[in-house]
Write a protein that binds this ligand. Structure first.
Ligand code: NAP
Length: 290
């Protein structure tokens, strides 16, 4: 079986490496060609266009930024013409509504579609420890879980298309909201000169603690947002996707809209491609300190 991998960015590159390490036949395509060099060295075939990749693949895995990228790469006229008989597995974070729309368009091109968004970041992608959440038919899950196990050892069947995308957005809403809430408390503690470690020690023993706080603490204290695992711009994308779904569903999401504004401020500070812990720089701007 030939696997095609579209989108070899921060997550796609290590995920495609996992498939190559399992001796699978993998063809890759990325808009910016330099990002496939390491995969070519590891034995991947390189496609010159998405349509060429689709033509030579039985299954196409997507790890593109968003629904716009998926539309441009997979649903262009040239790409659609090659889709018949193939299976597309979208692992990007997109909304349930977008996923269902893409599914409809892929089914109309006589191909199959599964959504399989992931929780975890570059370290988990490298070691095959992503949490893979699948939205598909039960039969499709049975058919493709062996492949997905190379990326995360226990893929979880969530339900029909849209349901895994909804679960993934629910988790990312927590990333955005928890990080903003933690940044705000850390900012207050810092400005009052309270010992940060005392704050953390008490927090760690309380029910309020989440491990993500310690994961991001040193970056925040040092103001070091380089070499991102998950960039601020993608967390803003996911926050906007959640807000759009919340509006449709009648959920009151004003608190998340505040988080969105903080994320927009981080982007305005030039931190779009920085690690999302840069939320702290927006919550606690240097010019207003002390
Ligand atoms: P990334 O490094 O920004 O990679 C995005 C990929 O999409 C790149 O291959 C990029 O190509 C491609 N792309 C974007 N727009 C395109 C367009 N219009 N046409 C063609 N290609 C386009 O992002 P990532 O961190 O790997 O994330 C990929 C997806 O996984 C996103 O949906 C993200 O939310 C999700 N995700 C990320 C993480 C994480 O920790 N990073 C974790 C879970 C899920 P170029 O290289 O040419 O720009």
């Amino acid at each position: 079986m030939n696997i095609g991998f579209l989108g070899t960015g921060l997550m796609g590159e290590p995920m495609a490496q996992r498939l190559l390490a399992a001796n699978l036949a993998v063809t890759v395509y990325n808009r910016t060609p330099s990002k496939v060099a390491s995969l070519a060295k590891a034995g991947a075939a390189i496609a010159n266009s998405p349509a060429e990749l689709i033509r030579t693949s039985d299954c196409i895995i997507l790890m593109l930024s968003d629904a716009i990228a998926i539309s441009e790469v997979l649903l262009s006229e040239a790409s659609q013409a090659q889709l018949a008989g193939r299976t597309v597995i979208s692992m990007s974070t997109i909304s349930p509504t977008q996923s269902r729309d893409i599914s409809d368009r892929i089914l109309a091109a006589s191909a199959e579609y599964l959504e399989a968004p992931v929780l975890g970041s570059i370290p988990e992608a490298k070691t095959g420890n992503l949490i893979v959440m699948v939205g598909s038919t039960p039969q499709q899950f049975q058919q493709w879980q062996g492949l997905l196990q190379h990326l995360g050892s226990e893929p979880r069947y969530i339900g029909t298309v849209g349901m895994a995308a909804a679960l993934k957005l629910a988790l990312n809403q927590l990333i955005a909201s928890l990080t903003t809430a933690f940044s705000l408390s850390l900012g207050l503690v810092e400005r009052y000169g309270v010992d940060t470690e005392a704050f953390m020690q008490i927090l760690r023993t309380s029910a309020l603690y989440a491990t993500t706080f310690d994961k991001k603490l040193s970056r925040m204290l040092e103001g070091n947002y380089d070499n991102p695992n998950f960039p601020t711009k993608h967390l803003l994308k996911d926050t906007k996707l959640f807000l759009s779904e919340a509006e449709t569903l009648g959920l009151q999401s004003q608190s998340l809209d505040g988080v969105r504004q903080i994320l927009e401020q981080a982007i305005a500070l030039g931190l779009a491609d920085a690690d999302y812990s840069a939320l702290f720089a927006a919550v606690n701007p240097p010019t207003l300190k002390g």
